[in-house]
Design a protein around this ligand. Structure first.
Ligand code: CA
Length: 163
């Protein structure tokens, strides 16, 4: 899992990076808004931690650009202010969550995991599982242990209704 950290405060960026690496994430740091935006636009990250007050380009601008460019990477805003405005502005502009500085690293890790889990649940909604049976609704394939069975449209419809 690759995480992009856009944060200009070196000691904080460093601490976040160390924590995430211990959790086996791949971490990339960007120390200003322009670099952060450029990295984020590659779309290769599983999650982005985004500071608001950044040199060159602020977090809100980056957020807007990403959503305009249809980059749907989950974003957690790191805000220095506890002001409601910042949080609402961030969420309205497409952030998935926010965390107010100073925060505990364990809280950050917990929030990251919740969002990544939510994301993978959404991606897997076409797969139904029951004990060792797996049914992929998008391809119409049923997998039981090592056996793969293709099922037809009618059967699939019935299974969908039963869901
Ligand atoms: Ca900052």
């Amino acid at each position: 899992m690759k995480i992009l950290v856009v944060e200009d405060e070196y000691s904080l960026a460093d601490a976040i990076s160390a924590t995430l690496k211990r959790e086996n994430f791949d971490v990339k740091l960007a120390a200003n808004g322009e670099e952060g935006e450029e990295e984020a636009l590659t779309g290769i990250y599983d999650l982005i931690l985004l500071d608001i007050m950044l040199p060159k380009k602020n977090g809100f601008e980056i957020l807007r650009t990403l959503r305009q460019e249809k980059i749907d990477t989950p974003i957690i805003i790191l805000t220095a202010k506890s002001e409601l405005y910042d949080k609402l502005n961030g969420l309205e502009n497409g952030a998935d969550d926010y965390i107010t500085k100073p925060f505990h690293m364990q809280e950050l890790v917990a929030r990251i995991k919740v969002i990544l889990k939510r994301k993978s649940n959404i991606e897997n909604t076409n797969i139904l599982e029951y004990e060792d049976l797996k049914l992929d609704l998008s391809s119409g394939k049923m997998i039981s242990g090592d056996n793969e069975i293709s099922i037809n449209g009618k059967e699939l419809e019935l299974l969908e209704i039963g869901r």
